[in-house]
Ligand binder design. Structure first.
Ligand code: 8YV
Length: 323
């Protein structure tokens, strides 16, 4: 890079002030959302852009890459990157980075909270009290975590953090993923259906994308059984939402706790209308503490890259071996 050239970065759905403040000391920042005419804006600045700083769940792929011929790196805010075409990035020699590890504990905490909220109907009990109904009688008894068998779909960083927490609850833990993991004692099932038959709680912690699209289907839900509970803190796309609504409506499973949905922020009205669902607006990593940590990792990646030291946390599909 010539010494006088300040690298130019395009921010897309990346509105955190701490990210902008840190990057503005070193880079020239452009904000996609501030451009009244995005096409004209990209025509003008696109040829100079060398990095993207993007919010989670931003669709990024060939169409945008075509407008950014000097693009070197996409730094994404989040661990999941299923909306980024990493194959296309790799083909073009563009590195993609994400923010793993720093959010695992937060998301796992929320997963356990969501599981307990769903089993013990915590939001429903809160609504009951607020509606003044306690005076009419006690809140109905609920189902329980006691003697449950919990299956985790995807024993990655977040799945493991969930399993570690659940050990403290004294429940049996099993998992399904692409490969058995040598360093854990939990029971491995080589098929999701096999896992679902063996457990009555399914916690979804698998990444989104074509490989997992709709894999929690009607057969898997039926295999969980009438006491079955589904918790999803990963990606809505992993569950066949129509099959979930059908199973909940027919009572072939008991309940669902969902932090993620197939078409966010739109949530199927059927899920909202059901009383045995607990629904959250994708808040798994959403604490001040953890979002600040994610912002630091995003910034670290860009600063390290333009210092010539490579990315800090590249996704496995765009590994860095030095150039
Ligand atoms: C998002 C997430 O990053 O990390 C992920 O994959 O889904 C979340 O942590 C969050 O919604 C920030 O936009």
């Amino acid at each position: 890079m010539p010494p006088d050239e300040t690298p130019e970065i395009l921010l897309i759905r990346q509105t955190r002030p701490d990210v902008a403040e840190r990057l503005s000391g070193r880079f020239r920042l452009h904000r996609m959302e501030e451009a009244p005419d995005r096409e004209a804006f990209l025509d003008a600045v696109g040829p100079r852009i060398r990095a993207l700083a993007v919010g989670a769940m931003c669709p990024i792929g060939a169409a945008l890459f075509d407008l950014l011929p000097r693009l070197e790196i996409v730094a994404s805010f989040g661990v999941g990157y299923d909306t980024i075409d990493v194959g296309e990035a790799r083909r073009r020699g563009i590195v993609v980075t994400h923010t793993p590890d720093v959010l695992s504990d937060e998301v796992a905490d929320l997963a356990v909270g969501l599981l307990l909220a769903t089993l013990r109907r915590i939001p429903q009990a809160d609504r009951y009290l607020r509606a003044g109904r306690w005076r009419e009688g006690s809140f109905p008894l609920t189902t329980s975590l006691r003697e449950r068998r919990v299956g985790i779909l995807g024993l990655g960083r977040i799945g493991r953090a969930i399993a570690q927490r659940l050990e403290g609850f004294g429940v049996a833990i099993a998992y399904h993923g692409r490969t058995p993991q040598a360093d854990v004692a939990y029971a491995y099932h080589d098929s999701l259906l096999g896992l679902a038959r063996a457990v009555d709680v399914l916690v979804v912690a698998a990444p989104g994308g074509p490989g997992t699209n709709g894999i929690v289907d009607a057969a898997v839900l039926a295999a969980l059984g009438r006491e079955g509970i589904v918790v999803n803190i990963a990606r809505g796309s992993v569950i066949d939402e129509a099959a979930l609504v059908a199973a909940l409506t027919a009572g072939t499973i008991h309940g669902a706790g969902l932090d993620v949905f197939a078409n966010e922020p739109h949530v199927p009205q059927d899920l909202i209308d059901l009383d045995q669902t607990v629904l959250l607006p994708h808040v798994g990593s959403g604490s001040h503490y953890t979002r600040a940590a994610m912002a630091r990792v995003l910034g670290d990646n860009l600063l390290s890259w333009f210092d010539g030291k490579g990315p800090v946390t590249p996704v496995p599909e765009t590994p860095w071996s030095g150039r």
